[in-house]
Design a protein around this ligand. Structure first.
Ligand code: NI
Ligand code: MN
Length: 226
């Protein structure tokens, strides 16, 4: 699988010839100003919850790519009212087989109000199983015990976890999350974008290392093979 980071909690994963884009928030992100969103390929856009810093560029990228939107029922319905009809609604605990693999929408402990104040359902994360490997994107979340359910069913190759603290898990809790979901490779997201979530990257990598977990922090625009 090919992982490309687009800043904040936005990234794409290429599985076979399908590109999955997660939580697009690029044009409002000063740190991602060198990313030209018209060049981003997406067959699917997966949205973890309704907050602006996870949905800002959904419409633009749907328009440029024709991608299918996957999110919780409320987020999908809100976008349908705005003209995005090619979508797939889910809710917690549910799985669906797509042409790239299986998606399960799982719990996150957070909030999900949409930018206009509409209810965005409950926030979630995604477990993706595919012929090329399995991974977990936690979305925005606190550390929670339901993470321990994931490895009972899925052997993960890596996890994408928020590490910025204040609005989500910080580094210490993300290290425990890696233990809960049984991964030794983590890609950290949701850090450094705003003042509240600035971190010391070297200290974070060291802290994960001490706990025998590799923390990867790809640069914005960087692609890594996993
Ligand atoms: Ni959020
Ligand atoms: Mn967020």
């Amino acid at each position: 699988m090919e992982f490309t980071f687009y800043g904040h909690a936005c990234f794409s994963v290429k599985i076979g010839n399908k590109s999955l884009l997660f939580d697009p928030f690029i044009t409002p992100n000063e740190l991602a100003k060198d990313i030209d969103i018209s060049t981003i390929k997406a067959d699917y856009i997966l949205v973890s919850h309704g907050h602006e810093d996870h949905i800002a560029d959904v419409r633009k990228i749907v328009n440029s790519t024709g991608a299918k939107l996957i999110s919780n029922y409320e987020v999908v319905t809100w976008f349908a009212e705005k003209g995005i009809s090619d979508s797939h609604p889910m809710n917690h605990g549910g799985s669906w087989n797509f042409d790239f693999g299986k998606v399960k929408y799982v719990n996150a402990v957070h909030s999900s109000t949409l930018p206009d104040g509409s209810p965005g359902g409950n926030p979630g994360g995604f477990v993706i199983e595919s012929a090329e490997g399995n991974f977990y994107f936690a979305g925005d979340t606190a550390l929670h015990m339901d993470m321990k359910l994931i490895p009972l069913q899925t052997n993960l190759d890596f996890a994408i976890l928020p590490i910025g603290d204040n609005f989500t898990m910080g580094i210490d809790d993300a290290i425990l999350a890696a233990e809960f979901v049984k991964v030794d490779k983590v890609i950290g997201v949701h850090y450094d974008t705003f003042g509240f979530i600035k971190i010391d990257s070297d200290a974070a990598i060291k802290a994960f290392n001490t706990n025998k977990v590799q923390l990867m922090l790809p640069a914005i625009g960087e692609t890594i093979e996993l």
